[in-house]
Design a protein around this ligand. Structure first.
Ligand SMILES: Cc1cc2nc3c(=O)[nH]c(=O)nc-3n(C[C@H](O)[C@H](O)[C@H](O)COP(=O)(O)OP(=O)(O)OC[C@H]3O[C@@H](n4cnc5c(N)ncnc54)[C@H](O)[C@@H]3O)c2cc1C
Length: 400
């Protein structure tokens, strides 16, 4: 019997744990450690501030499904790992493993610039999304300028663009759009770079959206400081702002940075080969955001990072599970797929409109990459949400 412990159980970790158990059956004991009892469909958090979703609509308790699938679920925070003794120290107990899968996602680096934590909102957590809902109710009574964007070193630009177009739509619905100067700020070298060096036609499309919706934008800028009523850019330009939402950079979680034996990168990510196995410690694997991914483009004036989206997170969870099974069967040939070679499948919500982004590979060189706008409604994003929640609730981790 081989024991695989998966730390972190959302996109990547849930898939990895379910797949190891499905493929390994009784030969594999699988333990999942997550500090949260909930599975959360993070992409729909952008709808929470506008009342299109409640947190309960996009999350569910994962205990039952894991129990039904024969996975031992421990609700605990992993504090560090001793890779020699093969034990994870949590805030509740010590958990021994033969294989360790790290799928802990990101920590948000709010201290990227002064005032970001105090004065800017962040939509990427349930609490953050609900705080925005409350702030917008107050904003409605006394509207003014709004700044939305991503800070220097951010990598999750897509979600910030989604929030921008959703707030623009909301302002029109509230009939206060004319009272609001809306600004978009981004470290990207051009609109729609997305940390993947863009997609053919993407920049033109986003420029036309900005013009159509009267959104002022600044590219290649960082944030020097956020104050209660303004955002000061690295260019020293000051943008007035009564409401600010920023996407700060992601770094690795404390569990990783507190475990020096993992030899994580300076930003706290796990160095792996294309089979998602640790470059040196062969019974340690990583999936999802926890993986160190090399930048697929030359940095511009202001640093920014690449995206680690849901599809590759799910895919790397599957690859890790397959490889753990192969190793346990004594096989030496492992499944390999570099992060950048995973297909790009993403839907950017644009406020009851959407853009579907498809490419054969996430990073260049690609054979094809297309953006399909759907100006009528965000059907695909809704479908993706319903499908993903359904498949995860059922434990159908093998589905795409
Ligand atoms: C606002 C927003 C919108 C997004 N929209 C999209 C989108 O439209 N499409 C898309 O493809 N991607 C989107 N993404 C990205 C997507 O959410 C991520 O790719 C995905 O969540 C990564 O999965 P993961 O499993 O690596 O990390 P996560 O989903 O963050 O899961 C990490 C898990 O680890 C647990 N954990 C962390 N530390 C510990 C610890 N020490 N001990 C125990 N448990 C721990 C956490 O509780 C969590 O359950 C969006 C992200 C954000 C923030």
């Amino acid at each position: 019997m081989t024991t695989t412990v998966v730390v972190g159980g959302n996109f990547a970790g849930m898939t990895a744990a379910l797949e190891v158990k499905r493929k390994g059956k009784d030969q594999h004991k699988v333990i999942m450690i997550d500090k949260s009892p909930l599975f959360l469909f993070i992409p729909s958090l952008i709808w929470v501030p506008f009342g299109r979703r409640e947190i309960k609509d996009i999350s569910f308790r994962k205990d039952e499904i894991l129990k039904n699938k024969g996975i031992d679920f421990k609700i605990a925070e992993a504090l560090k790992v001793d890779v020699k003794k093969q034990v994870i120290i949590t805030n509740k107990e010590e958990v021994y493993y033969d294989n360790l899968v790290i799928a802990t996602g990101p920590k948000v680096k709010y201290d990227v610039a002064p005032g970001v934590e105090e004065f800017a909102y962040y939509v990427g957590t349930p609490n953050g999304a609900l705080k925005i809902r409350k702030a917008l109710e107050e904003f409605k009574q006394n509207p003014g300028s709004i700044v939305i964007g991503a800070t220097q070193n951010a990598g999750c630009m897509g979600a910030a663009y989604e929030f921008l177009f959703n707030i623009e739509k909301w302002l029109r619905e509230q009939q206060i759009r004319k009272k609001v100067d809306l600004y978009w700020i981004t470290p990207e070298t051009f609109l729609g770079h997305f940390g993947i060096d863009g997609i053919t036609g993407g920049e033109t499309m986003l420029k036309s959206f900005m013009k159509m919706f009267n959104i002022h934008y600044r590219t290649e800028v960082g944030v020097k400081e956020v104050k209660k009523d303004k955002v000061i850019l690295t260019t020293d330009e000051e943008l007035p702002s009564k409401f600010t939402m920023l996407m700060p950079p992601f770094i690795g979680v404390d569990f990783v940075s507190n475990s020096p034996e993992l030899k994580a990168t300076a930003t706290g990510y796990i160095p792996v080969t294309d089979d998602y196995r640790h470059i040196e410690i062969h019974n340690v694997w990583a999936a999802g955001i926890a993986v160190d991914v090399k930048l697929p483009f030359k940095p511009g004036k202001v640093p920014f990072s690449g995206p680690k989206t849901g599809y590759p997170s799910d895919e790397t969870g599957k690859i890790v599970a397959e490889n753990i099974i192969r190793v346990s069967e004594g096989k030496t040939e492992l499944k390999k797929k570099a992060w950048g070679k995973i297909p790009g499948i993403c839907i950017m919500d644009a406020g009851k409109k959407e853009v579907i982004i498809l490419s054969d590979k996430l990073f260049k060189p690609r054979k094809f990459a297309i953006m399909i706008p759907n100006i009528f409604y965000d059907f695909s994003k809704i479908l993706f949400e319903k499908y993903f929640l359904w498949k995860t609730k059922k434990g159908y981790s093998y589905l795409p």
